[in-house]
Design a protein around this ligand. Structure first.
Ligand code: IFM
Length: 451
């Protein structure tokens, strides 16, 4: 027994990182459109104005997806393309684009997994206070409803939010991401609570407006994972506890973002430590936040490694000399896709979809005209083997989406790192499937049996 027969094999992307055409056909500005044009915000002074140009080259991209043999494609919708001011006026031309994309995918037997929010907040809503505004969750629900009305006769799989840790912490705490603010703890908790509420209102809006039975997920960043050095009971226990514990910086934590959604409460240790900084959290809010969903999305790139220390602590033994790492300096730690899903499954009993996993690399077109990326093949092989082990031991894993489809705009690092299974020449927008893409196709065609 390996992966389920109906396993979703896919690749993932996002609107700002891929679409380009940032003012085409009536699209409004997002916080990223504004931020990337400010001095010193992006490492290579670039922006997503064109990105991988998917808005114009979508037909080519659908043909590439077919060549990769994926049965699913995860992409996000640009909120300001659909509602240029964030609320109110609907931009039909923006919706038409997603209509065409969905139809083309379905005609090739590829199931769309649509993320409603992958960071590109309408700039007009930022001017209204963004995540600090108590009305944001309602605005998000209004937007969700517009999209669901238009696409849910054909689309069933929805992901409300991608990596709230990033659009709260990196965006509002350390200023690295748009809109580049540095707020204090009280504001951050308020924004985080509103983000969780918007997930809940979004899930309710999807259910209320869907024309076919929706399958709803939520995809926080699963970067705070701990895998045991050995499989001794003590090491496993120490790492499980550490994975869900409240952190010194609680907004990075796993329990903080998942317990409210899946268990209906903030973690107790978090509430005790941060009480003086928290907004009013009502029972009604928690009911909305924990609106039942169908799967938990895991965006997994790495894990810390730990072992039992004294007095129930977990000792960090992560980095050994000369450890393997990706271009982003993220350690190559395949155990993440075994222990992460296992710990989540044991705590939440929710089906799991790996909504992101992958690595950045320095890829280029070789003399033979091909893009050889053996590191990415080895990386993915190792991670998928771990995932397969988890599936074989009974963890309910429904799908895997490689991050990412084509090379794209990597936020504040611009175009310096390439995460794609398809190479993009950012001058000509020419695409070349990398060796890893062909390798992944064989994995998909064997449903993971060849791993
Ligand atoms: O490119 C990002 C993506 O937008 C969110 N998750 C992590 C990826 C790699 O940094």
């Amino acid at each position: 027994m390996g992966f389920r027969k109906d396993f979703a094999w896919g690749v993932a992307s996002s609107s700002y990182q891929n679409e380009g055409s940032v003012t085409a056909d009536g699209k409004g500005l997002s916080v990223w459109d504004v931020f990337t044009h400010e001095e010193g915000k992006v490492a290579d002074k670039s922006n997503g104005d064109v990105a991988s140009d998917q808005y114009r080259l979508w037909e080519k991209d659908v043909a590439l997806l077919e060549e990769l043999a994926v049965n699913s494609y995860r992409f996000s919708i640009s909120w300001p393309r659909v509602l240029p001011e964030g609320i109110g006026r609907v931009n039909e031309k923006g919706l038409d684009y997603y209509d065409r994309l969905v139809d083309a995918l379905l005609s090739k037997g590829i199931t769309p997994y649509i993320t409603l929010f992958h960071w590109d907040m309408p700039y007009e809503l930022y001017l209204k206070g963004g995540w600090l505004n108590r009305d944001m969750p309602r605005y998000f629900a209004e937007y969700a409803e517009v999209v669901i009305r238009r696409l849910s006769d054909r689309v069933q799989h929805w992901i409300t939010q991608n990596e709230p840790q990033c659009y709260i912490s990196s965006s509002l705490e350390n200023g690295e991401h748009a809109p580049g603010l540095r707020l204090g703890k009280k504001d951050l908790f308020l924004a985080a609570h509103h983000s969780l509420l918007s997930h809940g209102y979004g899930a309710q809006a999807i259910k209320a407006a869907a024309k076919t039975r929706p399958v709803i997920g939520y995809a926080p960043a699963s970067w705070w994972l701990w895998s045991p050095l050995t499989e001794n009971k003590e090491d496993v226990e120490a790492c499980r506890n550490k994975t869900f514990a409240a952190l010194e910086n609680p907004l990075g934590g796993t329990g903080f973002w998942l317990d409210p959604v899946l268990l209906g409460r903030y973690p107790l240790d978090f509430l005790q430590t941060w009480e003086p900084y928290l907004p009013r959290i009502s029972q009604e809010d928690m009911k909305v936040i924990s609106e039942p969903i169908d799967f938990v999305g895991m965006n997994v790139y790495q894990t810390y490694v730990g072992r039992a220390g004294g007095e129930g602590t977990c000792e960090n033994v992560s980095h050994r000399k000369g450890y393997a790492k990706t271009m982003a300096s993220w350690p190559v730690t395949p155990k993440a896709l075994y222990w992460g899903p296992k710990f989540y499954w044991e705590r939440y009993h929710k089906p799991i979809v790996i909504t992101e996993n992958g690595m950045s690399n320095e890829d280029w077109i070789h003399l033979d005209g091909r893009v050889h990326d053996p590191q990415r093949i080895d990386f993915t092989h190792r991670y998928l083997s771990s995932l397969k082990r988890a599936a074989e031991e009974g963890v309910d894993i429904r799908g895997y989406f490689h991050w990412t489809f084509t090379d794209n705009f990597e936020w504040s690092r611009g175009y310096e790192e390439r995460f794609g299974m398809v190479y993009v020449d950012f001058e000509t927008r020419e695409r070349v499937i990398k060796d890893s893409g062909f390798w992944y196709r064989d994995v998909i065609l064997s449903n993971g049996e060849c791993l």
